[in-house]
Ligand binder design. Structure first.
Ligand code: PHE
Ligand code: ZN
Length: 868
């Protein structure tokens, strides 16, 4: 880690180890929303390789009250604080630094550092928020052991939580009390956390495989604690799964999770004290949908699993962010795949990757999985770091196989436990365990852009020789005009006319690895000799490689491949391809083939309802836009609607039959078959409501709904299709859940995503209403985020009203919470790919923001969005 260069960027190449280590940190808090005092005692030792460096500590928005070294007050000429760093000269060697500072939690709208949410006091430190709590070396390769003492008024703050294990509690004078915690594991300050307030909990004790008794607690404000049980179960499932699948145990006596209504991100893996956005904790069947439950389970797992991938082995610097995030997304997605349907989990991941990460990779903000420079690290919590980073781990797993991969992971954890590691350390462990040279593989970390494979086939009827030529191209991205070929494991299969698999191996210069060929060059040729007829080729089963494949195939062959292939991810993808061609190329044969395939699926009693539901969800706007150049949103959406109208009419009978047949199975419960039944019924309902102007079915589902999954989908249909009963249903729903901010976010989101240009009106009204709460990140996302990402028609209005609606809020939001504003600004990443008239509108909107946004977050993004 190091200081920014003159260009304002921090560079990976400039890394130098910290000049001073912090061996131990002893912190005492006197908590008060208006003025909290933080007393820090840090045991410091200089790096022997970098003697006599001044001590430079980070500190922002701190009022320094006192400073002493080894118990003696420091004279004013020995230190200087400029609002960003505290510089102390003339320290001879190891010493103890004491500081006392004051901070103002109630005034902290950025939700970084110590802040107030409702009646709670909470912290958020990743990435660089700890410097807003006390003076410290705020970088992840400084890992002290910690002792944390919290003092507060007992009545107002009866529960006081911090990292690690609780070691002491006592009563103080004046109605105050004190609680002391010790975290014995070396831990960087971005994992520091405290939580204080009137919290209640659900709790469960487990004995780990290593024999440790661990108390698992999920905390929330008392009114919400009844909705914490599901999250608590998910914690235990995560703990057990990490023991089984990765051999990793839990390492403290307590594991605490706290739900907060105001939280910028999803959740945070602080050592022993995870803090969550309440939307990823609170759930019961009346207020949460099945999708909410699954998201809760996966985010709980994600944060829990960080305890090894992130906490025990942490990061040398923020360039290594994907070392913890990509790996942990891979781990949580394996957790979900092991517990539920692997194919469905993969399909959902591919949807996000294709729709969102591919767009990021081809847009103005594209960056490698390991960036080599940044101006503001908060802007790198991206789909590329998380989802593509997880795909890279999955590629490694695919190349090595489960057993060798596991050996590599064991080695990585053993070699780096208690250390701040790099992606090189990770690859070195896997190289050692597998005996493979991973040099070319490492390009997945340094080269941005989605690799494209252009595959052409040739069949010689005279000889029966069949050749596939595979050309690889990685497109240019900002700062990276020219790319090298990457290592791409390509899975493929050939089928004969009768549908049997052709098992003969191809002749090729690419290495073969089971059913994969390992592509390493810009071109490879694969040849089979003497086949009886032209085979049917299928590629990338399981979406094993996160690449785009161009292979020209007739709709009939594509439809046939969907019938012969057993891999569900491939079959789903084949239908998505047919839909894409029907929409973007107005390919009638593709639409016919899609209709026939869906007819078969809907009438096949053996088909998994969850899979059928996935197949009914046609490619979304982002996925389609990625395949269109330039993007004409209105034409794209009109064509998509036309296909949906046609299919809904043609398939109305089997859709209705399926919908009716699953009524009982869908009634209740969170088991797989019940969720699958609800998923398919709701998918059918969406299609059926399209061709039913009175929305009779949706109205009936709303009136008889047995849970939020049914009620919410029905209301969404009523609203989105302007049903006669929409307003009354909305009023009833609003009244029923008026005091629940999370459910309120739902109906707001459905209004904001009503697929009509006039939805801008609803958003304008929301912005002027009592519902608009700009300091609450969930609410901002419900009103503006869902509009921007989930209402492509209104957001891309030709008159620019959609862009202006979002952009107009950015200056105010930026002053309140820069990270929330930056997310919305990032939603303009695709503007350059829009067709010329709309591109001009987008450019003018963005240009109009110059000089209006003052945070480093937004200024960095705006510069990257507008650079030519
Ligand atoms: N580290 C968190 C996670 O992915 C995300 C996060 C980043 C939360 C920054 C808050 C701030 O698990
Ligand atoms: Zn994470």
């Amino acid at each position: 880690m190091s200081l920014p260069r003159d260009d304002g960027h921090v560079h990976l190449a400039d890394y130098v180890p910290p000049a001073w280590r912090i061996r131990h940190a002893d912190l005492a808090f006197d908590l008060d929303p208006d003025a909290t005092e933080v007393h820090a005692r840090l045991s410091l030792a200089p790096d022997p390789d970098q003697p006599r460096q001044p001590l430079v500590l980070d500190g922002e928005a701190l009022t320094l009250l006192a400073i002493a070294v080894d118990g003696r007050p420091l004279p004013a000429d020995r230190y200087a604080y400029d609002g960003n760093t505290l510089r102390i000269e003339g320290l001879a060697g190891a010493c103890e630094l004491e500081t006392r500072v004051r901070v103002h939690p109630a005034g902290n709208t950025r939700l970084e550092g110590l802040y107030q949410s409702g009646r709670l006091l909470l912290t958020q430190c990743e990435a660089e928020g700890f410097r807003r709590i006390t003076f410290f070396t705020d970088r992840p390769d400084v890992m002290p052991r910690w002792r944390i003492t919290l003092r507060a008024a007992r009545e107002r703050f009866p529960v006081l939580l911090a990292n690690g294990n609780p070691v002491a509690r006592r009563e103080l004078d004046d109605g105050r009390h004190e609680s002391t915690w010790e975290n014995p594991h070396p831990t960087p300050c971005y994992l520091f956390a405290i939580a204080a307030g009137d919290l209640d909990r659900v709790t469960h004790s487990v004995r780990t495989a290593e024999g440790r008794e661990v108390e698992l607690n999920v905390w929330a404000e008392p009114a919400d604690v009844a909705r914490c049980a599901y999250a608590l179960g998910a914690v235990e499932r995560s703990l057990r799964w990490d023991e089984r699948r990765f051999g990793r145990g839990y390492d403290l006596d307590v594991f605490n999770v706290v739900a907060a209504q105001d939280f910028t991100m999803g959740a945070m893996e602080n050592k022993g004290l995870n803090i969550f956005n309440a939307r990823y904790i609170l759930a019961d069947e009346a207020t949460a949908t099945d999708a909410d439950f699954l998201a809760i389970e996966s985010v709980v797992a994600h944060e829990y699993l960080h305890n090894w991938s992130g906490n025990r082995v942490t990061l040398r610097d923020w360039f290594q962010l994907s070392l913890k995030e990509g790996l942990t997304v891979f781990r949580d997605s394996e957790f979900s795949a092991d517990l539920h349907s692997r194919a469905i989990k993969r399909i959902e991941a591919v949807r996000v990757l294709r729709g969102r990460q591919f767009a990021e990779d081809s847009g103005a903000l594209a960056h490698p999985v390991r960036p080599d420079r940044y101006r503001e690290i908060s802007n790198f919590y991206t789909l590329t770091i998380y989802e593509k980073g997880a795909e890279v781990i999955r590629l490694l797993h695919t190349l090595l196989g489960e057993d060798v991969f596991r050996a590599g992971m064991d080695r990585y954890f053993a070699d780096n436990d208690g250390r701040a590691a790099t992606i090189e350390d990770f690859l070195a462990a896997h190289a050692a365990a597998s005996g493979r040279d991973l040099t070319q593989f490492a390009l997945w970390y340094s080269q941005a852009g989605t690799p494209e494979l252009a595959i052409t086939e040739h069949f010689d009827t005279a000889t029966g020789d069949y050749t596939l030529t595979v050309d690889q191209h990685v497109p240019p991205t900002p700062g990276q005009p020219v790319k090298q070929p990457m290592l791409v494991p390509l899975r493929l299969a050939l089928y004969a006319d009768d549908g049997t698999a052709i098992t003969a191996a191809p002749e090729t210069d690419a290495a073969r690895n089971g059913d994969l060929v390992e592509l390493v060059a810009a071109r490879h040729v694969l040849r089979w000799r003497g086949l009886a007829g032209k085979p049917l080729a299928t590629f990338n089963q399981g979406f094993a490689a996160p690449v785009k494949i161009a292979f020209s195939q007739s709709p009939a062959d594509l439809a046939r491949s969907v019938r012969v292939e057993r891999d569900e991810v491939y079959r789903w993808d084949g239908l998505q391809q047919l839909a894409t061609r029907a929409i973007l190329q107005h390919d009638v044969l593709a639409a016919d083939a899609l209709e026939a395939a869906l007819q078969d699926l809907l009438t096949d009693p053996a088909a998994d309802p969850a899979f059928v539901a996935e197949c009914l969800a046609l490619p979304d706007f982002d996925t389609l836009a990625d395949a269109m150049d330039p993007v004409d949103p209105e034409a794209l959406l009109d064509a998509r609607d036309a296909l949906l109208d046609r299919l809904s009419r043609a398939l109305a009978a089997p859709l209705q039959a399926r919908y009716d047949a699953m009524e009982a199975a869908a009634a209740q419960g969170l088991d797989g078959p019940a969720m699958a039944a609800r998923a398919l019924r709701n998918a059918c309902l969406g299609w059926l409501t399209r061709v039913d102007p009175a929305a009779v079915l949706a109205q009936r589902q709303f009136d008889r709904a047995r849970n939020m999954t049914e009620r919410g989908a029905a209301l969404r249909c009523l609203l989105h299709f302007d049903a006669p009963g929409a307003a009354a249903a909305l009023a009833a729903f609003r009244g029923q859940f008026a005091h629940d901010p999370l459910v309120t976010d739902k109906w707001i989101g459905w209004l904001a995503t009503r697929p009509h240009a006039s939805a801008t009106q609803a958003v304008t009204e929301l912005l002027a209403s009592e519902w608009w709460k700009p300091a609450n990140p969930n609410r901002v996302r419900a009103v503006l985020g869902s509009f921007q990402r989930g209402n492509p028609r209104a957001f891309h209005r030709a008159d620019g009203e959609g862009f202006r609606l979002v952009a107009g809020q950015l200056p105010g939001l930026d002053a309140t919470n820069p990270q929330v504003a930056a997310r919305l600004l990032g939603g303009f990443e695709g503007w350059r790919r829009l067709h010329p008239p709309l591109r001009a509108v987008a450019r003018a909107t963005l240009a109009g923001l110059e000089g209006q946004l003052h945070s480093p977050d937004c200024r960095d993004l705006l510069a990257r969005l507008l650079v030519d």
